[in-house]
Design a protein. Structure first.
Length: 469
């Protein structure tokens, strides 16, 4: 779906490209701040994660410097707070790529066919511009090249495929399936086979001159709300504008936001500050509304297809912002589909402090996937994993052999803050003593009926969540 920029009706936007924020009326400022928030939210969220993961060496979320792979021989827990709605059933590996000096070559080992893995390539626009892995390229070993937007060249011998990022900085997110806790050593073996190296090293040639050192503006996920426009200034330095962004970039420039600019919120008048805050709030409300209404409601689960490449978003900044807020770095629907909900089957807000709940899959109606499925619990406010007494953050299909089915062959999951008892503990998904956000993940969903695809319109439907009386 192609849409124009959020505020195309505001004809003043382009005329203000040389104005200063202080020269605008509060209503003009509010409108532009709203557009800037919607356009910039994914860029800011990505920039903050990049800074925490690849730049801030003393920070608690730091992984590795650019162009090095950081393998996580564990699943994410409540202590991981850089990315909202983190996946906790495939141990991650990360490689933040600096593609300015030369391309990077990502090599993968042969992975046993029964083990799902995927390498998702995401650029600074939060576009998924390519995949390596079980679905996309198979489980055979291979070498793949990732290039930046300025690269011009031929595919070298030995390279299976070339992927082009729209930005000079990009992240490769690796997911390697874990079957159970005892399986972790096998995951570690697979992770050890992942390799990232500059093209010159792959070709055994002299390296080109290094790219200039950058003094990145410090940023954290926790600081986004208070420093949004300063972070956006910083992020835009590393996001070359595409033709479809000409109008929105001109609008941002009208309030002093863009590459090489330094936005200083503190210097604005009280009226301008209020207008900026109101604009951000209005933008956030539009994003939330899109998340709620831009998807199909299936048994009170929201199902849609929000993630993809540049062509998929086609300048729909609102959908892109909703995708980032719903779950930054989500997969294309064909790679993984994510039904999510905050309400039970009657539309009432899920709240672990007030009620217990169940989800029951009828016999033969488990999520239809080529790889595996999971149901993950998050805090309803922060969208982070929650601390719980059995360190269980999800229930997934590899756990089925240890779970108890009902007499009719159906499977019931118990969603509650307190242990339901020894006879039901295997089926217990601990909930917070507060509001609940649940995400179901179907990895490599089947495309033939029964299927969840097309997302929200497929023949398979997730069961509604029932409040225990």
């Amino acid at each position: 779906m192609k849409t124009k920029t959020i505020l195309t009706s505001l004809s003043f936007a382009l005329a203000l490209t040389t104005a200063r924020a202080a020269d605008l009326t509060p209503s003009e400022t509010k409108a532009i701040a709203e557009e800037a928030f919607i356009y910039g939210l994914p860029l800011v969220m990505n920039y903050a994660v990049m800074y925490e993961y690849a730049v801030d060496k003393g920070g608690p979320q730091y992984k590795a410097p650019f162009n090095q792979i950081k393998n996580e021989p564990r699943v994410f827990t409540y202590e991981d707070t850089a990315i909202i709605t983190p996946n906790s059933d495939t141990p991650y590996s990360f490689a933040w790529l600096d593609l300015r000096a030369e391309p990077m070559v990502l090599s993968v080992p042969a992975v046993p066919k029964e083990r799902y893995y995927a390498v998702q390539l995401i650029d600074g626009n939060t576009y998924n511009y390519g995949y390596i892995g079980s679905r996309a390229t198979g489980n055979e070993a291979g070498d793949y090249m990732v290039v930046g937007p300025e690269w011009k060249g031929e595919k070298p011998a030995g390279i299976k495929k070339v992927f082009t990022s729209t930005t000079p900085f990009s992240v490769a997110g690796y997911r390697t399936q874990l079957f159970n806790a005892e399986d972790m050593p096998n995951v570690v073996k697979v992770q050890a086979g992942y390799k990232a190296q500059p093209l010159s090293a792959f070709l055994k040639q002299p390296a080109p001159p290094a790219a200039p050192k950058i003094d990145f503006v410090p940023a954290t996920t926790a600081g986004i709300k208070a420093n949004f426009f300063e972070y956006l200034d910083a992020a835009l330095q590393f996001v070359p504008p595409a033709p479809e962004e000409k109008e929105v970039r001109a609008t941002l420039a009208s309030i002093g936001i863009g590459p090489g600019k330094t936005f200083d919120f503190k210097k604005l008048s009280p009226e301008q500050k209020d207008a900026f805050m109101l604009g951000m709030k209005a933008g956030d409300e539009k994003v939330e509304k899109f998340l709620a209404s831009g998807m199909k409601n299936v048994n009170d689960w929201n199902i849609g297809s929000f993630f993809g490449d540049r062509a998929f978003f086609s300048a729909n900044w609102l959908m892109r912002a909703a995708a980032a807020k719903g779950g930054l770095y989500g997969n294309d629907a064909v790679e993984a589909t994510y039904p999510f909900t905050r309400v039970d089957a009657t539309g009432e807000t899920l709240d672990g402090s007030k009620h217990n709940y169940t989800i029951t899959f009828t016999a033969g109606q488990l999520p239809p996937v080529n790889a595996f499925w999971s149901v993950t619990m998050y805090d309803g406010k922060s969208q982070f994993l929650i601390k719980n007494p059995i360190n269980r953050y999800l229930i997934n299909s590899p756990m089925l052999p240890n779970m108890k089915k009902n007499a009719d062959g159906s499977l019931t999951l118990y969603i509650q803050k307190d242990n339901p008892g020894a006879d039901k503990e295997a089926n217990w998904l601990p909930a917070p003593n507060d509001t609940i956000y649940l995400v179901m993940r179907l990895y490599w969903p089947k495309t033939k009926a029964p299927s969840i695809l097309p997302a929200g319109e497929g023949t398979w439907k997730p069961p509604g969540i029932v409040k225990v009386k």
